[in-house]
Design a protein around this ligand. Structure first.
Ligand SMILES: [Zn+2]
Length: 240
């Protein structure tokens, strides 16, 4: 008996209808991304059959026609893991469960379409007089630094002669210093290899950004932003 496979057009439409994410509500992993070849993309998604494409397969329903089984109504977009999961345990993942997943995933995609996931900046109360703070959490420090400068935060640069200081010259400190990131205040060579950086804004606020993680250029690993805090100007606390 032949398999009732989906056409390319069906698969494409199916994937896009859920925003190229896995339809399993417990997963929702993105299934598409950039290939190292700039003209290609990577697809980790699968157009899975709700009722099997061939007799003997999971959830096969002999009452449906071959045409129905190859139609988009019988397809659900999943990541490879989840596609394997639903076929390995067809009892736990019934047709009705999969239909429910599909409807929910399409609903979520519909609600999200064209809506920015969040603003570029953290919301700030009207009384907070500081330059808007971009959402730097989790970004590489390179990116975060660019975002901050773009938003109006100025790197609070150390004098060049501090480059050899004991609290800057070791671990990631040297890596950052050599990149010209002279706003670095301290580098820790143990634990999470934290580094502290300081920015100032036109209101006189000080922003301290702490990164975590080691810079390992061979594997493309760069430290990311871990925590940050804004210190408002105060005559008592002046420790720039
Ligand atoms: Zn998945």
């Amino acid at each position: 008996m032949p398999r009732d496979d989906f056409s390319k057009a069906t698969k494409d439409a199916l994937a896009k209808r859920v925003g190229l994410r896995c339809s399993n509500p417990a997963c929702r992993a993105p299934t598409s991304g950039p290939h190292s070849d700039a003209s290609k993309s990577i697809n980790l998604g699968v157009a899975a059959h709700i009722t099997a494409a061939a007799s003997g397969g999971p959830r096969f329903d002999s009452s449906t026609s071959s045409e129905d089984r190859a139609s988009i109504e019988n397809a659900i977009w999943l990541c490879q893991n989840c596609a394997k999961l639903i076929d390995t345990d067809a009892q736990a993942y019934s047709s009705s469960t999969l239909y429910r997943w599909k409807v929910a995933a399409e609903g979520e995609a519909l609600r999200g379409i064209g809506a920015p996931q969040y603003s570029e900046f953290f919301p700030q109360p009207p009384s907070a007089l500081h330059t808007p703070l971009p959402r730097i959490g989790g970004h590489d420090y390179d990116q975060a630094r660019e975002m901050l400068i773009h938003a109006g935060w100025q790197p609070y640069m150390n004098h060049w002669s501090r480059g050899g200081d004991w609290d800057i010259a070791f671990g990631n400190g040297e890596y950052f210093w050599n990149k010209g990131y002279h706003e670095i205040q301290s580098a820790c060579t143990t634990g999470l290899a934290q580094c502290a950086f300081v920015f100032k804004d036109v209101y006189g606020n000080k922003l301290v950004v702490i990164t975590a993680g080691e810079a390992v250029e061979e594997i493309g690993a760069t430290p990311g932003v871990w925590v940050w805090r804004i210190e408002q100007p105060s005559p008592e606390i002046e420790n720039g």
